[in-house]
Design a protein around this ligand. Structure first.
Ligand code: NDP
Ligand code: HSE
Length: 427
């Protein structure tokens, strides 16, 4: 039987999972595709880690570059980061090897260069595991929805952030404890600030947007806010207004421009995305013919991510070398990226105000002066920083106007701390 040789660089959470899957499910894969998928080598700085998985010594390397001298059909880059990983991928491409990666940070930063190089060398660069962990969302976009114009994407695409928010909402666990647990479970990035500051989700929505909207979208094109500023109080108050707080990645064409953003977002609690909890991810993708579609599954961790990596390996072994759309390399006019100040959204505003007559009227007057219409308002009789929380939601308004109004309101001496602002998406 023909065999297809795989070289794995990086044997941590994901790499270890890929080795386990290829060994445990070797027969399943072989029967399915009529080829043996064989591990040619595994490289990791710590060779004991690889030995423990049952890989024979002659196939183990302590350095990714050394390993590349060994023959294989596909190199799987799973070390992460944007420096050595990039060099490894470039070297593999230069040697005429197909490449599979889960490295969204690298693709969001250097995708254009890497895909061009792969194309010039006639090899494929596949990246299913880079978005949504085990959910085959890249395949859905590239293949299942290929006949559609994509209208909008809403994604809960960071497992760590969703896990933290769920633990805080449902169990009252504090932020740091929830983050530590996510790290122990292998969900978080080596640098977890990427998860909690929203950049991992930004890398992922940049990739999905690139596949969907015919232009390269990079991290710097994404408006990003993380979840650190979310307090249990805001989660509780959001619930009183009928919302759940999610770190939502959004990509949509509005007034002929592409709006790409990641930030804590209040979404209606009855919407299906509100029930995506823990490490689960979901992507809602709307196409012009298909309408709304939804993809759901485990968004991080050893086994789900290995499942996505192996799907790419199997695809290449089967001759499906499809990676990014052709239109990205054309000179056609590209969609412009919308400036964050021009976003139109509804807002949740939590003022920390002195509990005194006339304060509510003062706040409302400023909002009115800036043309911002209040939808709902609530004052809580609890002490926050020596004041009381006054919460308002607004009808859709330009982000710039809301920020200007907040700056004005926050300058009043009856406002005791900076106003907390969160965008609302009615979906
Ligand atoms: P880990 O840190 O668990 O694994 C990376 C491994 O690569 C480590 O064992 C590391 O060794 C090793 N390594 C680093 N440099 C080299 C090198 N030059 N040669 C050989 N081995 C090296 O990371 P993950 O498995 O979690 O993530 C890997 C990639 O997958 C990242 O791009 C990540 O963003 C992505 N990803 C991760 C998911 C997850 O759930 N964890 C899900 C989806 C994507 P050492 O630790 O000693 O540095
Ligand atoms: N750190 C990432 C997450 C891993 O939590 O979603 C999956 O890409």
């Amino acid at each position: 039987m023909e065999s297809f040789k795989v070289g794995i660089v990086g044997c941590g959470t994901v790499g270890g999972g890929v080795v386990k899957l290829l060994l445990e499910n070797a027969k399943v894969i072989e029967r399915r595709i009529g080829k043996k998928v064989e591990i040619a080598f595994v490289a990791d700085k710590e060779i004991e880690k690889v030995k423990r998985l049952g890989i024979p010594e002659e196939k183990i390397f302590d350095d990714g570059f050394k390993a590349l001298s060994k023959e294989c059909d596909v190199v799987v880059e799973l070390i992460g980061g944007t420096t050595i990983a990039k060099e490894i991928i470039l070297k593999a491409i230069e040697k005429g090897r197909h490449v599979v990666t889960a490295n969204k940070a690298l693709l969001a930063e250097s995708g254009e260069e890497l895909f061009k190089k792969a194309r010039e060398r006639g090899v494929s660069l596949k990246f299913e595991a880079s978005v949504g962990g085990g959910i085959p969302v890249i395949k859905a976009l590239r293949e299942g929805l290929s006949g559609n114009r994509i209208k909008r994407i809403y994604g809960i695409i960071n497992g760590t952030a969703n896990y933290i928010l769920t633990e805080m909402t449902e169990k009252g666990v504090d932020f740091e404890t929830a983050l530590k647990k996510a790290q122990e479970l292998g969900y978080a990035e080596a640098d977890p600030t990427l998860d909690v500051e929203g950049f991992d989700a930004a890398h992922k929505i940049a990739i999905l947007s690139t596949l969907s909207f015919g232009r390269w979208v990079r991290t710097e094109n994404v408006f990003v806010r993380g979840i650190r500023e979310i307090t249990p109080l805001d989660i509780e108050l959001a619930a009183e207004f009928g919302y759940r707080v999610k770190l939502l990645a959004i990509s949509k064409v509005v007034d002929g421009k592409l709006e790409v953003r990641v930030h804590p977002t209040m979404i209606p609690e009855e919407h299906i995305l509100s029930s995506v909890n823990g490490v689960f991810n979901a992507c809602l993708i709307e196409g012009d013919f298909v309408g709304e579609t939804l993809y759901y599954g485990m968004g991080a961790g050893e086994r789900p991510t290995a499942s996505a990596v192996v799907a790419d390996i199997v695809d290449i072994a089967m001759g499906n070398t499809y990676d990014v759309p052709e239109e990205l390399f054309s000179d056609d006019e590209k969609l412009e990226i919308k400036a964050p100040d021009d976003f139109i959204s509804s807002f949740y505003l939590r003022f920390t105000a002195v509990d005194r007559p006339g304060v509510l009227a003062k706040i409302s007057k400023v909002l009115g002066d800036y043309g911002i219409s209040i939808k709902m308002a609530l004052q809580k009789s609890i002490n926050v920083n020596g004041g009381v929380p006054v919460v308002m939601t607004t009808h859709p308004a330009p982000k710039r106007k809301v920020q200007e109004a907040i700056n004005r309101i926050d300058s009043f001496d009856v406002i005791l701390s900076p106003t907390f602002v969160c965008m609302i998406e009615e979906l």
